[in-house]
Design a protein around this ligand. Structure first.
Ligand code: ATP
Ligand SMILES: Nc1ccn([C@H]2C[C@H](O)[C@@H](COP(=O)(O)O)O2)c(=O)n1
Length: 225
C-alpha cells in the first residue's frame, strides 16, 4: 500500500482553512483534523474549570487533565472533552478571546502535537491537517504544505457574514488582527509559513477555486511519488 498522504494547511484566521481542508479531505478520501478545535477544546476546559487562562503556570499544570477526542470525518468532525460534545461551546467569543493565551503554553502544545501525530498514525490513506504550525512543527515532512492567506478586509467580511452582523466588520477585523499577532508572536511554534509551503492567496478566489487548486497539487504530488 502507498504511504499515507499528509496535507498540511496553515494560515491566519479566516483564510478558509477549515472549509477548504474539509472539502479537500472529502474529495480525496482522506481523514481530516482541525487542530484549532483541539486548542479551543482545551481552552474551554480551562475556562469551565476555573483555571486562570492568563497564568501560564496554572495552564501548564492543568494541561494533562482533560481528555480531548477530535473526530476525523470531514463531513462531521465533532470534538469531545471528557466525553462531552464540545463542538458548540468551543466556538463562543469567550473561548475565541482566550485561545491564543492558552495555546502559547508549551505544555499545552506538546500535548496537542502528540494527539495530532497519533491522528496521522491511525489514518491509513492519509489526513488533511489544518492549523498554524502543521507544516513547520507537527509534520515537517508532510506530502504537501499549503499556506493560505487573504486580506484582512476579505477575512473580516467573511467572518462578519457568518455572525449575521452580530459584530461589525471593523470590530471583526480588529479582533482577527489581534489574534493573528498573538499567534505569530508567541515563542513556541508560532503561526508561520514553512519554507517549502505553497502560498495561496484566497482574497479573490472562490472556495471552489481554492479547493480545486489544492486537490490538483496533492494529485500531482501523488503521481510523482
Ligand atoms: N475562498 C473563499 N471565498 C469566500 N468565502 C470563503 C472562502 N474560503 C472560506 N470562506 C468563508 O470564510 C469563512 C471563514 O472560513 P473558515 O472557517 O474555513 O476559515 P479558517 O481559516 O478555518 O478560520 P479560523 O482560523 O478562524 O478557524 C467561512 O464562512 C467560509 O465559508
Ligand atoms: N495548529 C494550531 C491551531 C490553532 N492554534 C490556536 C491559535 C488560534 O487562534 C486558535 C484557534 O484556531 P482556529 O479555530 O481559529 O483555527 O488555536 C494554534 O496555536 N496552533
Amino acid at each position: 500500500m502507498e504511504n499515507p498522504v499528509i496535507v498540511a494547511i496553515d494560515g491566519p484566521s479566516g483564510t478558509g482553512k477549515s472549509s477548504t481542508s474539509r472539502a479537500v479531505a472529502a474529495k480525496l478520501g482522506l481523514n481530516y483534523l482541525d487542530t484549532g478545535a483541539q486548542y479551543r477544546a482545551i481552552t474551554w476546559w480551562m475556562l469551565s474549570n476555573g483555571i486562570d487562562v492568563n497564568d501560564p503556570v496554572a495552564v501548564a499544570d492543568a494541561a494533562g487533565k482533560p481528555v480531548i477526542v477530535a473526530g476525523h470525518d470531514p463531513a462531521a468532525p465533532g470534538i469531545t472533552v471528557d466525553g462531552t460534545d464540545a463542538s458548540g461551546p468551543i466556538r463562543t467569543q469567550e473561548v475565541t478571546a482566550a485561545v491564543s493565551a492558552v495555546s502559547a503554553v508549551p505544555e499545552v502544545r506538546a500535548r496537542m502535537v502528540e494527539l495530532q501525530r497519533a491522528a496521522a498514525d491511525t489514518s491509513p490513506a492519509g489526513i488533511v491537517v489544518e492549523g498554524r504550525d502543521i507544516g513547520t512543527t507537527v509534520f515537517p515532512n508532510a506530502t504537501v504544505k499549503i499556506f493560505l492567506t487573504a486580506s484582512a478586509e476579505a477575512r473580516a467580511a467573511r467572518r462578519s457574514g457568518e455572525l449575521n452582523g452580530a459584530q461589525s466588520v471593523a470590530d471583526t477585523r480588529a479582533a482577527l488582527i489581534k489574534r493573528d499577532a498573538a499567534d505569530s508572536g508567541r515563542k513556541t511554534s508560532p503561526l508561520a509559513k514553512a519554507a517549502d509551503a505553497v502560498e495561496v492567496d484566497t482574497t479573490d478566489l472562490t472556495l471552489d477555486q481554492v479547493i480545486e487548486c489544492i486537490v490538483t497539487l496533492v494529485e500531482e504530488k501523488r503521481a510523482t511519488r
